[in-house]
Write a protein that binds this ligand. Structure first.
Ligand code: HEC
Ligand code: HEC
Length: 456
């Protein structure tokens, strides 16, 4: 009797210990892993009105939104190149071709300059926590602003933009190099040159007017927003484009996502080891934190600078990143931590596409300053060649004083990982690929309402 009782007590205690250790383990998981991605993390609960998505898809692929009617959003964010363009730096309006075979154009149409930064992928940007867009965060949710967003347009930004992606969609059409064209080429380009975005005869009004004159668009806008032809504004277009981007490229069903939802077998053993490193000794989650693997903050990590830059610095060919938005010199060379869903598909990597391999950009993180010194600017960038453009591509990297400035701003220390651990980390990054994103040809419409060609 006594014996039995003792053994009962013993087993009860061990049961208690066992369950305590299970709880502790779960809590440990909770501490280092983000919560899974769910519908409610997304604007419109992940399901914007279908009519907006249908309209947005056409607009995204329609060259009617560019001054010279020769480039669409999709040119730089194409389904055939995983919502980027496959190049280090895009070639904007005037060039021809899609993806890495895009050229620089010929004759009077030839491009004026390279686009200064890499075209980022558009995966999972519909999550509400993604409140900061562009590499320098110049489009951002900001409740203190009348329209709810801080953007380069300041008070000119119209009201009724539904979310930060819609606010972003107002801007590519206002860039001479990306979509509008050079002054003298068309009325949209002239409005850009005159700084007239929101006024009568401004960029947004001119483009809305084009859409009002295409009957198929008039009925699509009517279905999406209940507008009559003359009520169509570019804000409606931006809201529709955002709806399409958010639905088409949500991309939260990767092995990692399934693991977070409780399928412990969704990731391979080595990817799990890589995950432990990412959230542990490799220190990646210090910045790539949260469900979408970004802190939505800015950091200087000594990324090599290629291309003609953003007109910053005494030579005019540097890119000071966040500092140019805030005016705070302490933020020089800081760029937004990018989200990493589908990162294995979305090269080249870095704010200027400096690295042409995923492993290259990962190794850069492990010893940023040495990587900056070792960077081979003559071979690594993936850019179509044209003598005058090529001449500026390595302007910064060929100037030791400018490279030193980037190095001095660096905030990312060295991390020692052996080759085996680097391979685990790579396996984890590959486990961020959503199988639904591997083939996104179906995102491309067969024709667009303007009748303009889809081909570039
Ligand atoms: C000529 C190439 C080009 C075209 C055309 C273009 N983009 Fe982009 N896009 C870029 C580049 C480059 C950036 C990053 C610019 C920066 O950060 O300064 C960008 C950034 C973005 C972002 C922000 C992504 C992020 O993670 O912050 C979104 C969203 C986007 N573009 C959507 C669009 C839409 C919508 C259109 C059409 C209205 C469009 N783009 C047209 C090149 C292009
Ligand atoms: C100090 C913050 C910080 C830490 C820690 C960090 N990153 Fe980053 N990461 C960034 C920033 C900022 C960028 C973009 C920098 C730029 O483009 O100039 C970036 C870019 C990347 C990119 C390229 C993504 C793209 O779309 O171009 C990858 C991949 C990446 N990081 C993976 C990692 C891994 C793996 C680790 C851990 C070994 C790590 N990061 C640690 C801040 C950080």
């Amino acid at each position: 009797m006594n014996k039995l009782r003792i053994s009962f007590v013993f087993s009860a205690t061990s049961l208690f210990l066992l369950s305590a250790s299970v709880v502790a383990k779960d809590q440990h998981h909770k501490n280092y892993l983000p919560p899974p991605s769910v519908d409610s993390n997304f604007h419109d609960n992940g399901h914007p009105a279908k009519a907006k998505v249908v309209l947005g898809k056409f607009l995204f692929f329609d060259k009617i939104l560019s001054g010279n009617k020769n480039i669409s959003c999709a040119t730089c964010h194409h389904g055939l190149t995983d919502t980027g363009d496959g190049l280090s730096l895009p070639v904007g309006e005037g060039a021809r071709g899609t993806g890495i075979i895009r050229d620089t154009g010929t004759g009077a149409d030839a491009v004026y300059e390279r686009v200064p930064r890499n075209a980022p992928p558009l995966f999972t940007l519909g999550a509400i926590e993604i409140d900061t867009l562009f590499h320098d965060g110049r489009v951002q949710v900001d409740a203190a602003q009348p329209g709810g967003f801080k953007t380069p347009a300041g008070d000119d930004l119209p009201l009724n933009l539904e979310n930060v992606m819609a606010a972003q969609a107002m801007f590519p059409v206002t860039s001479a190099t990306e979509m509008a064209g050079q002054a003298g080429e068309n009325p949209v380009a002239d409005a850009v040159a005159a700084g007239n975005l929101a006024g009568t005869g401004g960029v947004w009004e001119l483009l809305a007017d084009r859409l009002r004159n295409i009957p198929e668009y008039v009925s699509l806008f009517n279905e999406a927003f209940g507008t009559t032809a003359n009520q169509i504004t570019f804000v409606h277009a931006a809201n529709a484009i955002s709806a399409f981007e958010r639905v088409a490229w949500r991309a939260d069903n990767s092995p990692f996502d399934r693991f977070l939802r409780g399928d412990k077998k969704a990731m391979s053993k080595s990817a799990k080891k890589g995950m432990k490193l990412f959230y542990g000794t490799a220190g990646c989650s210090t910045c790539h934190s949260g469900t979408y693997l970004t802190d939505m903050d800015f950091h200087a990590i000594a990324m090599p600078q290629i291309g003609q830059g953003k007109g910053h610095g005494s030579g005019g060919y540097e890119d000071m990143g966040r500092a140019a938005v805030t005016g705070d010199a302490n933020q020089r060379y800081q760029f937004r931590t990018p989200p990493l869903r589908n990162v294995a598909l979305t090269g080249p990597w870095g704010h200027d596409g400096a690295f042409d391999t995923l492993e290259g950009v990962v190794r850069h993180h492990l010893d940023p300053e040495k990587s900056l010194d070792d960077y081979d600017c003559s071979t690594e960038p993936r850019l179509p060649s044209r003598a005058d453009l090529d001449a500026l591509d390595c302007f910064v990297m060929n100037d030791p004083a400018l490279v030193m400035n980037i190095k001095n701003a660096n905030e990312l220390g060295k991390t020692n990982l052996n080759e085996k651990k680097i391979a685990y980390l790579m396996d984890f990054l590959h486990a961020l690929t959503d199988p639904n994103s591997v083939d996104i040809r179906y995102d491309v419409p067969r024709a667009v309402p303007s009748g303009l060609p889809l081909a570039d």
